[in-house]
Each structure stands twice: as structure tokens, then as C-alpha cells.
Design a protein around this ligand. Sequence first.
Ligand SMILES: [Zn+2]
Length: 453
Amino acid sequence: MEFHVPNTVSFHLSLLILVAWSSVQASHSSSLSSSAAETISRFQHYLQINTSQPTPNYYQASDFLVSQAKSSSLQSQAIEFVRGKPFVLIKWPGTNPHLPSILLYSHTDVVPSEIDKWKYDPFSAHIDDNGNIYARGSQDMKCVGMQYLEAVRRLKASGLQPLRSIYLAFSPDEEIGGQDGAAKFAESEVFKSLNIGVVLDEGMASADENYRIFYAERSARWLVIKAIGQPGHGSRLYDNSAAENMMKSLESIRRFRASQFDMIKAGLMAEGEVISVNMAYSTAGTPSPTGFVMNLQPSEAEVGFDIRVPPTADLESLERRIADEWAPASRNMTFRFLAKAPVHDEFGNPFTTKTDSSNPWWGLLQDAIQRAGGKLHEPGIFPASTDSRYFRRLGLPAFGFSPMANTPILLHDHNEFLNQEVYLKGITMYESIIKAYASYVENEGNRASTGDL
Ligand SMILES: [Zn+2]
């Protein structure tokens, strides 16, 4: 792998120009220092690059990220595991290359926006009078990617020499499943050569003052059930029509869904701890020029569900339920899965990251956040999917953390925003975390590193 070393002279020059420029531009963030205003303006720049699926401008994003790496004299490269989808890898080399490295992971793509439902253009990165930065990706997750860069920039400027190498990865395609992004990276020779010991990836905003951290995530099961039966006149009551059998299933699925949701409503379970079932589509009926034939009972009905299972769920019992109650062959029903992500390894160990004393990275993370003045909720299970799954499947510890407290959860929503103060505070969290991770030596590694130094 070839990393190129940037020209530090031009870096200093461009920084001077940037400082001069940003002091003029910082009008609506007058409460910020000039260096903070400059930091916010770099974040805005990244947000203004339209990396919205399904046609993300990946090259513009990767050029920007590489230029950011250069301006901090960091090694960088854009790798195309898949043509047209650059994956940016930035390296801050550690003084002991034998120790496992740290991976600070983020994705560059964002979900589409319904522009007319937004107060401001989702790629304007407009800052309102409250300091809220409106942009698609402001929470999910360009904030985190830039915060890593800013934290590294500051630590490097402070003279810190990391013991372990720090890698920043900016991956394409997370929002469409990560097949051409994280999946390709995780199975690559490049990945193996990095000798990664721990991964940080995205989490979620927290409406209160405590940050949320995730040690696992639910897995998607996309279920399609189909009923077939005798067609008949719309006026007739008879048994075993496709629609009648489908209605029985829907009743049963709705009861199960309610039982899961009730546990959340009662405060007994968090969202990530229950099995969610939501209808994605339903098709049945005989089309007519004006819609559907209304006096005809159809011979087929099909319904699709998005199901999310926590890593600890009893999957056998869920599949039995599907076979016996939701799509029983006795009612002329069949089912199939369009997606069925694994939840555990071949030995039945769930893909979770330990949050106890057996995992030193957990203690370091907690302490580092608290030392920087952050407060934490109990660690939880991320309710949806992230690219962390590709790393947890390899047996690597991975934490989902986006430092956004006192912030409404707006990922994938209209008017996604992040307050500039929250963003800046997040950088100090990462400074603390990266410092702790970069300097960490196990007892074993301690002896080894003493020899190297
Ligand atoms: Zn995301």
C-alpha cells in the first residue's frame, strides 16, 4: 500500500489563507472563536458535497477528504475496491507498528432528501440563529467523519506521538447495504495489513444530556409471505381464500408486533432489544383500468415485512412462529427471506462487543468520554444496521458512538441538523478517546513496546 507524504509548506500557506478567509466568513457564528468558526466551515464544506444515494458524488468527497488529510500532513489514499466508489484511508502512523491499530470508521454517503419538505436546502449546510447546521448527513454521519479528522488534527498539532497507528476510513455505500464499501474493505488484503484492534463507528443522537453507545445491532430479516387460494365472487363467504388466510396471518403478526412494542412502551426493553416487525408492502387483487376489480376475491396475496432481530433473540422460535402461525402450509401459504443477515458465528456466539472488564477498549472509551466531560447512557443495541456488523463478524470489537447529546434523533428525517456547539464538543470527546486508544498498552504489549522504543 502506498501512502504519499504531502507538502507541508503549501499546507501552512493555505492554512494562513483559510484563517484570513474564515474570519471574514464567521459573521453568523460570532460567538465562536476564529479557529472554531474555521472548524465549522470545514464541516459545512463536507456537508455541501452531494453524496446522496442513488447518485453520490464520491469523487468530490474523496478529493475533499484527501485534501483535509494533506492539510494535516497525514498519509492518505483513495482505494477503489469497486470502480467509481473510492474508499478513503488516512493514516497517522504509530511509533510501535507491532501493536494493533485503531480504526475510526465512517461512511461518506447519505440518504436521499425530499427537498421541498426541508426548511433549507439539504446541501446548503445553512446555520440558523441558534447555531443549528441544517444538512443531510449532519447527523448521519459526516459529523463523525469530520470530528475524527479535527481531533487528529489537534492532537497532531499538540505534539502527540501515537503509539498505535490510527486509521481513518471513509467508506461508500453504507446507506445501500455496504456491499461495495465496508464488506469489500473488511475482506481485503489492505484490511488485513492494517492489523486493527478496535473499531469506532456511528451511533445515534440522544435527546437528553447523556451520550449513547452501541455494542451490537439488530439484524435485518426481510420476510415475504404469500397466500394462494380459490378465486371467487366478491359476494361469497367461503373458507381458505388467499385474502382470508392472509388476514389471519396479519392478525397474528399484528399481535406479535404489539407484544414487542408493549415492552418498549412499558419501559422494560429498549428499542434494540425487541424484535420489530413492520409491513413494507402488500400486493393482492386483480387490476382494472380504474384500480382493482372490486367484486372478485383474488387467488394470490403477498406481503413483505422488515423484521429486525437483536443478537440475543431466539431465532428458532421466531422461525417456528413464521412457519406455524404466519405462513402455515396448512393454509396454502409459503414464505421466503429476501435478506437474512447472520446474528452469530458458527459456534453460536452473537456478534456483540463486550462491555465489561474483559474488553479493555470499553473501559478506555468510557473513561475517555467521562474525562472530557461527557456522560453516558448504559450501552445499548443499535436498532438498525450499521457497517459495524462487517467488523464484529470478524471478531473485532466495534463501538457505535456519535457524540450528539441534547439533540433530536433526525437521521434519515427531514430537516436533519446538528448544533455547532454539540459538534465542537464532540471533537473534544474524540481527542480524549483517540489519545487514550493511541497510547494504550496491554501488559504484554507494554514489554514489547519498551523494547521497540
Ligand atoms: Zn449512517
